[in-house]
Write a protein that binds this ligand. Structure first.
Ligand code: CP
Ligand code: NVA
Length: 307
């Protein structure tokens, strides 16, 4: 492998706005015609330090549909950073594989994996970002609404990895974003600083508030995620009390635009951050988002492998 010029996808902002649109265009093509031979003789590794349904299955099926081979490794098999250093695992995997997708706890692990690997690395979720999710989500909005510029996405809940990646993609693409999170659960300062600059450049706005109603009023998209992310299970009961008012239910949905899209990255805790009623309503596009993970990730992989 030739090092130096390889590209990784660890955060949305690893791509420019033009590159995101290029990926979306490829995604549309792949959605119409799923099967290709462009990954013939390519091997992709998926490393999971946490559970996964969507990421695992959509990447694996995506690689198959492109004609490549794929394997998934759990902590029972590899446990990067524990059984051996991320640096050593990165160098070894580079001798076998053409591309790696990794789901890790610490974002630094995926950064180190990318630094020491000679092959492209895709972040399949870290504590800081979930970039594949954000691309699939905004591709879904574009599918449903045609254009993105000027639309408002409201995120209600924990200022977590999913929220951070949504902040990056909305500000990159000229969408407005509002975040309603309880005190102490707002998005990270350094992410906010970064996206404020992007939003300024794109002529859009970012609002962070503690009031879900204010954030939901007149919005085009209502988005939520679990109150306790993977690795925060011990905090779940405390968080459930703190986040009680941050539920997407029919009262909150009534404040949004009539045809507002309801989104959730899944898995959902029905009855906590979102009610059954809303999740199963005609506003909900949660399974379109899940499906689009497949198509958008194929386009991302093809871009990183110059296919
Ligand atoms: N949304 C998402 O990444 O789902 P999984 O955790 O099931 O992969
Ligand atoms: N914020 C959630 C997203 C799951 C796809 C988590 O990190 O567990």
């Amino acid at each position: 492998h030739s090092g130096g010029s390889k590209r990784d996808f660890l955060a949305v902002t690893d791509f420019s706005a033009e590159e995101v649109l290029e990926v979306f265009k490829k995604t549309e093509e792949l959605k119409k015609d799923r099967f290709r031979e462009c990954f013939k003789n390519k091997a992709v590794g998926l490393i999971f330090q946490k559970p996964s349904l969507r990421t695992r299955v959509s990447f694996q099926v995506g690689v198959w549909q492109l004609g490549g081979q794929c394997m998934s490794l759990s902590p029972a098999e590899v446990n990067i950073g524990v059984r051996e250093s991320v640096k050593d695992a990165a160098q070894t995997l580079s001798r076998y594989l053409d591309l790696v997708v990794a789901r890790v706890f610490k974002h630094k692990d995926v950064v180190d994996l990318a630094r020491y690997a000679h092959i492209p690395v895709i972040n399949g979720l870290s504590d800081l970002h979930h970039p594949c999710q954000a691309l699939a989500d905004i591709f879904t909005v574009k599918e449903k609404r045609g254009a993105l510029k000027g639309l408002t996405l409201t995120y209600v809940g924990d200022g977590n990895n999913v929220c951070h990646s949504l902040l990056q993609i909305t500000s990159l693409m000229g969408m407005h974003m509002r975040v309603a999170a309880p005190k102490g659960f707002a998005p990270q300062k350094d992410v906010l600083n970064e996206v404020q600059a992007l939003a300024k450049n794109a002529g859009s706005s970012i609002v962070v508030t503690q009031d879900p109603k204010e954030a939901a009023r007149g919005t085009d998209v209502l988005y939520t995620d679990v109150w306790a992310s993977m690795g925060q299970e011990r905090e779940a009961a405390r968080r459930a009390r703190i986040f009680k008012k941050y539920q997407i239910n029919k009262e909150l949905l009534a404040l949004a635009k009539k045809d507002a899209l309801v989104m959730h990255c899944l898995p959902a805790h029905r009855g906590s951050e979102i009610t059954d009623e809303v999740m199963d309503s005609s506003n909900s596009v949660v399974f379109d988002e899940a499906e689009n993970r497949l198509h958008v990730q194929k386009a991302i992989m093809m871009k990183l492998l110059n296919k």
